[in-house]
Write a protein that binds this ligand. Structure first.
Ligand code: MN
Length: 247
């Protein structure tokens, strides 16, 4: 079993260090991750400059690019043979609902999925990251389960783990993505030279957080596992657009 591990918080993040350490019990782990925090990088590829992949003292490889760059490089020439599994995380902070569109954590897993490799994104739903151990244990359990009972491909699972001790977890639930309210307003400030600077505001609170959603499961203390796909087509609207174009 070969496992490629990446993230968006950077190769030095305690989340990826713990995840790689734990997964080593299940197979051969290779880490290729961004050299700095690239949270919010989504599925971006760096096309305007070359990339370098350097090796840290602990064996991790770090790339001066995005999470998607890391997995793309690994799968298109850096790693041979290809991994059986791609795991991204453990992210410090939830990736639920609309977050999945912006998330670099989900994007790294999505890149694996687009190459036909079963992929998993794992996030700890709590910025403080107090219980990374809980998320690492859940990740290992899910990989063990996938080895024992492989899901029909293609597989892209988005996992969010409540930031609580393992004994306090309320179980595990298959969910759909909820939705958030629109983001908080941008934060404005003056630079020392009098120019206005803007910070993108935080994500909005959950709006669609009813039973069955990722928000609902995590709020109830359960691990949320959402199967994702990449298909931006609006299938329901397609026949309407066909008719609209005839008019
Ligand atoms: Mn992140």
């Amino acid at each position: 079993m070969r496992i490629l591990v990446s993230n968006d918080d950077g190769y030095f993040s305690p989340g990826i260090v713990l995840l790689a350490e734990r997964l080593a019990a299940l197979g051969e782990v290779t880490v290729v991750a961004p050299e700095r925090d690239r949270s919010g990088a989504s599925n971006s590829l760096t096309l305007d400059r070359p990339l370098t992949a350097r090796r840290a003292p602990n064996g991790f490889r770090y790339v001066n690019g995005t999470p998607t760059d890391c997995v793309h490089l690994a799968l298109t020439g850096m790693i041979d043979p290809l991994p059986d599994l791609v795991i991204s995380g453990i992210n410090l902070g939830a990736n639920m609902g609309d977050d999945t569109i912006y998330s670099g954590t989900v994007a790294a897993a999505t890149e694996g999925y687009l190459f036909g490799i079963p992929s998993l994104a794992v996030s700890l739903a709590g910025r403080a990251g107090r219980h990374l151990e809980t998320a690492a244990t859940v990740a290992v359990e899910l990989v063990r389960r996938a080895m024992r009972l492989p899901l029909a491909p293609p597989v892209l699972l988005n996992v969010n783990v409540p930031d609580v001790a393992l004994a306090e977890l309320g179980g595990i639930e298959a969910t759909r993505l909820g939705r958030r309210h629109k983001a908080e307003p941008v934060v404005q400030m003056k630079t020392p030279r009098g120019e206005t600077a803007y910070w993108i505001g935080p994500a909005g609170n959950a709006q669609d957080a009813g039973p069955g959603t990722d928000f609902h499961a995590v709020a109830a203390g359960r691990v949320s596992v959402t199967p994702l796909q990449v298909d931006l087509s609006q299938h329901q609207q397609l026949p309407l657009v066909v008719e609209w174009l005839k008019k």
